[in-house]
Design a binder for this molecule. Structure first.
Ligand code: NDP
Length: 250
């Protein structure tokens, strides 16, 4: 594929994220607390997560393996970081969380399509189309700052998800999460995820990475706002000072 085509498709893909943002603002994706019958066949949420996220584990490494950069340590580090996130998300997280409410099959298939395309853009760019990163990339500021942001986001995400998993184990009801960034915001797990992919955009220094960060924010900011509203209306005494996703701001 030519670079012009790739860039054109990436711009179109990023524009779809903005449309998705608008529609999710209006109606949250129908899984978890927003699940309702009427979305067609549904499957167990645990298997839904495995189905949705497994393609992401495989797609970027696929583009790596068929590239000419398999011996390049920078490319290897990119794959490793990607796998740290996605092996956790696809094959560890679903077994840590409770099975929970069902998930519409159609939604899971949309997420499969997203992961195929997103993994294709990132893998296609990093291992095939991009000019090779300079040999000292792993010691450059963009990479080091990006890795720190990525790791920080991952830690925030996993810590917050752990709080929620424990709450869910204790009770089938939604309770007020406490501790960590929950002191200031309703959805630190989503904030952590967005921070993580901002870190990826920085450490790869790529438009494909930035597009992924934009997509993540487009999915998760409206969902955080919906969760925040949900807590305000369903949990008596929910801390009024908490913001939705950005401490002290929003
Ligand atoms: P939620 O916060 O909605 O739910 C996570 C788990 O915690 C669920 O099992 C949920 O139960 C439970 N839970 C949540 N809040 C409470 C509460 N107050 N009391 C008790 N239990 C609670 O997260 P998502 O399911 O939307 O996302 C899970 C992970 O996937 C997150 O880390 C998120 O960042 C990531 N993700 C990433 C996306 C991306 O675009 N990169 C898109 C979507 C998610 P129940 O299922 O019953 O609600």
């Amino acid at each position: 594929m030519s670079l012009a085509w790739f860039n054109g498709l990436l711009i179109a893909w990023s524009a779809i994220a903005l449309i998705s943002f608008g529609s999710l603002w209006w109606k949250p994706a129908p899984y978890g607390r927003y699940f309702e019958p009427g979305w067609g066949r549904a499957l167990d949420a645990r298997w839904g997560w495995i189905l949705m996220e497994s393609p992401a584990v495989l797609v970027l490494p696929f583009w790596f393996v068929i590239s000419e950069r398999t011996a390049n340590p920078i490319a290897q580090v990119f794959v490793l970081l990607w796998l740290v996130h996605y092996i956790h998300r696809a094959w560890i997280y679903p077994f840590r969380k409770q099975a929970g409410r069902p998930m519409p099959l159609g939604l899971a298939l949309c997420a499969v399509a997203f992961n195929l395309v997103n993994g294709g853009f990132n893998g296609g760019w990093l291992f095939h189309l991009s000019p090779a990163h300079p040999p000292d990339w792993l010691s450059r500021p963009q990479f080091l700052i990006g890795v720190a942001v990525f790791a920080g986001g991952f830690a925030i995400n996993v810590q917050a998800d752990t709080v929620l998993i424990r709450l869910r184990r204790k009770s089938p009801h939604y309770r007020t999460p406490e501790g960590g960034l929950f002191r200031w915001i309703s959805c630190p797990n989503y904030l952590g995820e967005i921070v993580e992919w901002c870190g990826w955009a920085i450490l790869t220094w790529s438009w494909a990475g930035l597009s992924f960060a934009v997509w993540t924010a487009a999915n998760l900011v409206p969902r955080a706002v919906a969760h925040h509203r949900f807590y305000g209306t369903h949990i008596e005494g929910y801390p009024a000072s908490r913001k939705a996703i950005l401490p002290f701001v929003f």
